[in-house]
Write a protein that binds this ligand. Structure first.
Ligand code: IMP
Length: 202
């Protein structure tokens, strides 16, 4: 990112979520940054008080760059279920509770869809990813990607993280958790947001 961020610069990933940091590091691998994470700096997690993915991404990026003095990249993402008016959305991590029990969060989605009387064939959902890059002294930059799909129950697959076991991307038959990371990265919301981010680096 010649203008925004030089090759070899340290880029702190503003996240404590290991699954997310691993995916971001994989997606950034070709670009030659020195990728570290907020967890490695032992930074506290800021309260996500925003009402959109982008607002929460900005809160995390600004907190991380302020604490480290380094460029930071944050990701605020989640699953928006159409029949639940976009829930859990920005509350995707919070639905899993302190114990990060995504089995429980996925079951809650199923129960709420059933309670609303929505037929399974209409259990549409999208993963959304908002990235925010903050280089100290510059304006924060935002990039957003999404992928649409259908929810399936019971959850299937052991790969990925979070809600991956119930999400079948449009045009596919397997869940994200049944795909290897290369296949998921070819189409995911995060990969799409990264494509925009990487284009901005050129
Ligand atoms: P955040 O850390 O507040 O952005 O929380 C995002 C939450 O959304 C994660 O904890 C996951 O539950 C969910 N999520 C985001 N991206 C993915 C993904 O690629 N697969 C599965 N779940 C995801």
């Amino acid at each position: 990112m010649s203008g925004l961020l030089a090759k070899g610069s340290e880029l702190v990933i503003a996240s404590h979520n290991k699954g997310k940091v691993r995916e971001i590091a994989e997606l950034l691998a070709p670009f030659g940054f020195n990728v570290t994470s907020a967890a490695a700096y032992d930074l506290p997690e800021p309260e996500e008080t925003g009402l959109t993915f982008a607002a929460n991404a900005e809160i995390k990026a600004l907190a991380t760059s302020a604490a480290t003095g380094k460029a930071s990249l944050s990701d605020d993402s989640g699953l928006a279920v159409e029949g639940l008016d976009g829930a859990p959305g920005i509350y995707s991590a919070r639905w899993a509770g302190e114990s990060k029990d995504f089995g429980m969060a996925m079951e809650r989605i199923r129960q709420e869809l059933i309670a609303k009387g929505i037929p399974e064939s209409d259990w549409r959902a999208s993963f959304i990813c908002a990235l925010c890059l903050h280089v100290p002294g510059q304006e924060p930059q935002h990039f957003e990607g999404r992928i649409d799909g259908l929810l399936t129950f019971p959850p299937r697959g052991e790969k990925g993280f979070g809600y991956d076991p119930i999400f079948i991307p449009e045009g596919h038959t397997r869940t994200f958790a049944e795909m290897d990371s290369t296949e998921k990265h070819a189409m995911s919301h995060r990969a799409r947001a990264f494509k925009l981010f990487v284009n901005a680096l050129k």
